[in-house]
Design a protein around this ligand. Structure first.
Ligand code: UD1
Length: 359
């Protein structure tokens, strides 16, 4: 059979890599399309190298823009490409603009769509990713969920049961595979960055980094917490563009660094005393690694990281952030979370189910 994978933004790469490998092991024909939603070397190229993904067969080079511009550009550039390759299935990943754009084009052409990491819901339509999830899941022919809450959400939205497959978490497949290599890079990273005990920050959601009234008190709180525990902050290009002058005024204990490669970031997450984030994937990775995770959002589409893992929702309550930050440092390390089927074999299950489909 022939499968066409669509990737575009940083969090897609580690999800597509193990599915690509598992389908290759079964001898299927595959095409990799990179939309170019993320284009900086540090947001894209380093992941292809680090994860051993082959170079894309097709690059759409769409770049940045408003949501409509970006999604529209992906759609119009993707249509001739998918028609030329005429795959049995288009595989889309996660919840980024590239995911929904490729799903919409494929569905209208009558090409079957498989959505990997389906069914997650924050129930917050103010998040662009939630819109992308809802639309993609309505269009998909096969829906691969990472956890049982995903199956429940899809059933509630009227998705036919036969289309839904609980397979586990493909991002954790990649984590398990690369953890030994991440352990190997850590000493070098530690020496380069002069690390003792440290905490790790990632922030990129428009709701957190776009508005001065939110971002500045958040940054001030983190700046002051860095006096207790030095904090590393690899900055997303969007945040850097917007706040470079203000970031330059932070105390030297709040270290602003470039976005990190996959292995490096994994090593940092594993060895951090605490992670402060607004990312979805990092809530899952810290759960698996047993690192305390404080999430600067009001909700999460990954509730299993709270019930089975190390995640705490902080919202914008800076007092609560301080409280949990200190608790994370004082408390016993939490046990690593092992939600069902987060076993490194989700991609194999996906490849097996895809292989059973008719051509
Ligand atoms: C996207 C995803 C988000 C994911 C995040 C991971 C959507 C709706 N959002 O958000 O779910 O968690 O990726 O990083 O798809 N930029 C660069 N260089 C790049 C990419 C982006 O400078 O390589 C800057 C541009 O100014 C751009 C802005 O970042 O306008 C936002 O990029 P975009 O892809 O629209 O969304 P992200 O915030 O990266």
């Amino acid at each position: 059979m022939k499968f066409l994978h669509v990737v575009g933004a940083r969090p897609n790469f580690m999800k597509a890599a193990p599915v690509f490998r598992a389908l290759a092991a079964l001898g299927h024909q595959q095409v990799l399309v990179h939309t170019g939603q993320h284009y900086d070397a540090l947001m894209s190229d380093v992941f292809f190298k680090g994860l051993g993904i082959p170079d894309p067969d097709e690059s759409l080079n769409v770049g940045s823009g408003s949501h409509a511009q970006q999604t529209g550009a992906i759609m119009s550039k993707f249509e001739p490409v998918v028609l030329a390759h005429n795959p049995d299935f288009v595989l889309v990943y996660g919840d980024v603009n590239s995911t929904v754009a490729a799903a919409l084009v494929s569905a209208k052409l009558g090409i079957r769509v498989a959505h990997v990491e389906s069914g997650l819901r924050s129930f917050d339509r103010g998040m662009p990713e939630e819109i992308n999830r809802l639309v993609t899941d309505q269009l998909a022919d096969l829906l691969f969920t990472p956890s049982a809450d995903g199956d429940e959400n899809l059933a509630r939205e009227g998705v036919a049961k036969e289309k839904i497959h609980l397979v586990g978490n493909v991002m954790i497949d990649t984590l398990i595979r690369f953890l030994p290599q991440a352990d190997e890079v850590f000493p070098k990273l530690q020496a380069e960055l002069g690390l003792g005990a440290f905490g790790l920050i990632t922030l990129h959601r428009p709701s957190n980094v776009d508005e001065e009234a939110t971002f500045l008190p958040m940054l001030d709180t983190l700046d002051s917490l860095s006096q207790t525990l030095p904090l590393l902050f690899p900055v997303h290009p969007r945040t850097r563009q917007k706040w470079s002058a203000r970031l330059a005024q932070c105390s030297p204990h709040l270290r602003i660094i470039d976005p990190q490669g996959y292995l490096e970031f994994l090593a940092l997450q594993k060895n951090a005393r605490v992670v402060v984030t607004d990312s979805g994937g990092i809530q899952e990775e810290t759960t698996y690694l047993g690192t305390p995770c404080l999430t600067l959002r009001e909700n999460t589409e990954r509730p299993i990281t709270i019930t089975h893992g190390t995640n705490v929702l902080i919202g914008r309550d800076w007092q609560l952030l301080r409280k949990h930050f200190h608790e994370a440092l004082d408390g016993r390390p939490k046990e690593a979370g092992r939600p069902p089927l987060w076993d490194g074999k989700a991609s194999e299950r996906i490849a097996e189910i895809l292989s059973r489909q008719t051509t």
